[in-house]
Design a protein around this ligand. Structure first.
Ligand SMILES: [Ca+2]
Length: 458
């Protein structure tokens, strides 16, 4: 008995040594061009640039929805928002009109009653079952009632805000304290800049790793605009926008057109420095070669000036709403300094992480392991992708992109028209008919899938 236990422990320790740590970093509303290494904007991101130089940067990488909640639900489940049920935002909209919730109103508001269906299996569930120590730091956005919080969704550790966005300093969302440590609300760090808090908690999570491999889902709220009332609560225009320590805004004043943009770039640079310190810790611990690091933004830029050469912005079906920066690094497993234009999406991240970790799931997934694409051993198997946000529809099929946003939209050839300027609907009716038919077939498949909350009627 003792001997077999010893053998078992030895083999699981060996397995742990073979399996990589996994760091998935998500920024909030960082636009496609907003990396220093792209070179079209004055923004400085030396640490993300280094990550890209040591790994692969993808230039045709999409998220599943042009705004926060559904995009993040897909990261966690590996499934289209229309399949996992979280296909719209979880947030209290009345605050946009200056409403301050009472405690009783807040308790029954969408932020407390809606969340990712508890039947959905997250990547945390899969990795926890495979023996990983799992953590979430930063923006959760999958619901705040206890049943929706990370500790009930496959994670061993959580420090962050449960809801969609916060004031960077008070950690309140429109006056409501929003930070959690594990399952309990906390105001222990009120007054400290959120990026600094998330860096500290990430470092502590990694430092506390012992025999288990670890998975950290690190979601900065930067560079999203602050969720705080402006000087006039009834006037959205009086809101502050992005908040950042003075020295970072000062780096950009005089170089960009206005104060808001200076703060936006400053918040990106401050976040980049925090990412650098997390990467440095991984180096210091000798874990660089055995850690898969991936970085992306949850949706296109909104307060970043523009997303050129892409058209449009967050919340839209144009490329500027859906195509995001993506970097992956895993020394010796994927090449250094490579840029790929292969067609990839965030649906690929769950299968990629699960494969790297030797984890499995019983769920129907909508993507594939992208490592063979990043290391050049295969072309991307992805031929199509579909998006729906309320009545807005979008699809990509090979080089073709179809957008239907009511009065706006058309058919575009991304291979020659990345900026979606030339509507080819009339010139290519057969392509338009085919892509619309593929969209309809995808929608029928989603509608036929097992209904999941919180929005579907079943
Ligand atoms: Ca976002």
């Amino acid at each position: 008995m003792k001997l077999s236990l010893l053998v078992l422990m030895t083999s699981s320790a060996l397995l742990a040594a073979d399996r990589p740590n996994i760091l998935l970093i998500v920024s909030d509303d960082q636009g496609y061009p907003d990396l220093g290494c792209i070179g079209t904007k004055p923004v400085l991101t030396p640490n993300l640039d280094r990550l890209a130089s040591e790994g692969v940067r993808a230039t045709s990488f999409y998220v599943t929805w042009p705004a926060c909640t559904p995009s993040r639900g897909s990261l966690l489940t590996g499934r289209y928002p229309q399949r996992n049920g979280l296909y719209d935002m979880v947030r209290n909209d009345m605050v946009n009109y200056g409403h301050k919730f009472t405690a009783d109103e807040y308790a029954v508001s969408p932020e407390m009653t809606l969340g990712l269906d508890v039947r959905e299996k997250t990547i945390g569930d899969a990795l926890q079952a495979a023996g990983y120590r799992t953590g979430v730091v930063g923006k959760w956005d999958m619901g705040q009632a206890k049943r929706f919080l990370p500790l009930q969704r496959g994670f061993d550790f959580f420090y962050g805000h449960g809801n969609n966005g916060i004031d960077y300093y008070t950690h309140e969302r429109y006056g409501v304290p929003s930070m959690f440590r594990d399952n309990a609300r906390t105001q222990e760090d009120k007054g400290t800049y959120a990026t600094d808090v998330f860096e500290r908690e990430s470092l502590n999570f990694i430092r506390s790793a012992k025999d288990q491999p670890w998975f950290l889902y690190l979601c900065f709220n930067a560079p999203h605009g602050a969720s705080s009332f402006g000087s006039d609560p009834t006037d959205k225009k009086s809101k502050e926008g992005v908040q950042v320590p003075e020295k970072y805004a000062a780096m950009y004043r005089g170089k960009v057109k206005d104060e808001r943009l200076a703060r936006y770039y400053g918040a990106v640079t401050c976040m980049d420095e925090s990412i650098g310190r997390v990467l440095n810790l991984i180096d210091e611990r000798g874990e660089k070669e055995n850690t898969l690091v991936m970085f992306l933004s949850d949706n296109g830029g909104s307060g970043n000036g523009d997303n050129k050469p892409l058209k449009g912005h967050k919340s839209q079906m144009w490329e500027g709403g859906l195509r995001v920066p993506f970097i992956a690094r895993w020394p010796r497993k994927i090449p250094a300094g490579k840029i790929t234009d292969e067609f990839l999406t965030s649906l690929e991240l769950f299968p990629t992480i699960a494969t790297a970790a030797g984890a499995s799931t019983s769920e129907k997934l909508d993507g594939f392991n992208l490592l063979p694409v990043l290391n050049g051993s295969s072309k991307s198997p992805r031929e199509e992708m579909f998006w729906q946000r309320r009545s807005d529809q979008g699809a990509r099929m090979g080089q073709w992109k179809w957008v239907n946003m009511g009065k706006l939209g058309g058919l575009y050839d991304l291979s020659s028209d990345l900026g979606e300027q030339y509507d080819l609907s009339k010139e290519k009716p057969e392509v338009l008919a085919k892509i619309k038919a593929r969209f309809d077939a995808w929608k029928a498949e989603m509608d036929a899938s097992e209904p999941r909350g919180p929005f579907r009627d079943y």
